[in-house]
Ligand binder design. Structure first.
Ligand code: ATP
Ligand code: MG
Length: 233
C-alpha cells in the first residue's frame, strides 16, 4: 500500500503512446513539491488529460516513471493510490439522489454537520439552504435543479470532504454567471489550500494563482514558470 502521502509528485522522463509510434507524451519531466498548484495549459490534444491519466494509473507509461512521495506508483496498490488522489472532472458528476448524498459520495461516515461545513467552505451552503428541501433536495443526473456553476460548487464540496493530498481538477469551460464565477474562484482557493493540485486550467485567475504553469504542445512540455515569471520574458 501507498502510505499516507504528503503529496510530492515527480514525473521522470515520461513517454507514453496510446497507439504505437504516436507519442501522446514525449519526455515529460516535472517535479512538484507537496502543496504546490500546477496549471496545465495547451491546445486540445496536447496531452493534458494524458498526464493526469498516468498519475491516476489509468495507463502506465511506455518509458519513465511517476512517483508520489518517492514511491513508483506501479509498486503500490491502485486502491491506495487512488484513495489519496481526488479528481474533479470538467463534466461535473451529479448522480440522482439528494444534495447531501452527492456531497457525501460514498464517505458513509461523514456526518451531516461535516457536510454542511464543507458546503459552507466552498460557498455552496447559501444556495442549498434556499432549495425547497435544503440538503435533502433530490437532484437528477441530467436535471436542471442545479446550474452548471452550482454543480461545480457541489463537486468542490465533495472533493473537500474527501480531503485528498493530491487533487486533479479539469476546470469547466461552461459559461457561468459572474456571481457564481466569483464564488468558484473563492472556493477553488479553499479547496487547493494545503494540497498538491494539477489543474487543467481555463480561467486566467487560476493560471495567475498557480505556482507553476506547464504548457503542453504535442505531448512535449514547453515552458515552466509561474505567471509573473512568464510575463517577464
Ligand atoms: P483537451 O484539451 O481536448 O482535453 P488534452 O490536452 O487533454 O486535450 P489528451 O486527451 O491528453 O489531450 O490527448 C493527447 C493525445 O492523445 C491526442 O492526440 C489524442 O488524440 C490522443 N488520445 C487521447 N486519448 C486517447 C485514447 N483513449 N486513445 C487513443 N488516443 C488518445
Ligand atoms: Mg483533456
Amino acid at each position: 500500500d501507498l502510505p499516507h502521502v504528503q503529496g510530492n509528485v515527480k514525473f521522470k522522463d515520461l513517454v507514453f503512446e496510446y497507439e504505437p509510434g504516436r507519442p501522446a507524451l514525449n519526455r515529460i519531466n516535472l517535479d512538484v513539491t507537496a502543496g504546490q498548484s500546477i496549471a496545465l495549459v495547451g491546445h486540445t490534444g496536447s496531452g493534458k488529460s494524458t498526464i493526469m491519466n498516468l498519475l491516476c494509473r489509468f495507463y502506465d507509461p511506455n518509458e519513465g516513471v511517476v512517483e508520489v512521495d518517492g514511491h513508483d506508483i506501479r509498486q503500490v496498490t491502485i486502491h491506495s493510490l487512488r484513495s489519496q488522489i481526488g479528481v474533479v472532472l470538467q463534466d461535473t458528476f451529479i448522480f440522482s439522489g439528494t444534495i447531501r448524498d452527492n456531497i457525501r459520495f460514498g464517505r458513509l461516515n461523514a456526518t451531516d454537520d461535516e457536510i454542511e461545513q464543507v458546503a459552507k467552505a466552498v460557498h455552496a451552503h447559501d444556495f442549498i439552504a434556499k432549495l425547497p428541501n435544503g440538503y435533502d433536495t433530490e437532484v437528477q443526473e441530467r436535471g436542471n435543479v442545479l446550474s452548471m456553476g452550482q454543480r461545480q460548487l457541489i463537486s468542490f464540496a465533495r472533493a473537500l470532504l474527501a480531503n485528498p493530498r493530491v487533487l486533479i481538477l479539469d476546470e469547466a469551460t461552461a459559461s457561468i454567471d459572474t456571481d457564481t464565477e466569483l464564488k468558484i474562484q473563492e472556493a477553488l482557493k479553499t479547496l487547493l489550500a494545503g494540497r498538491t493540485s494539477f489543474i487543467v486550467a481555463h480561467r486566467l485567475s487560476t493560471i495567475r494563482n498557480a505556482d507553476k504553469i506547464v504548457v503542453l504542445d504535442h505531448g512535449r512540455m514547453m515552458e515552466i514558470g509561474n505567471h509573473d515569471e512568464l510575463m517577464k520574458e
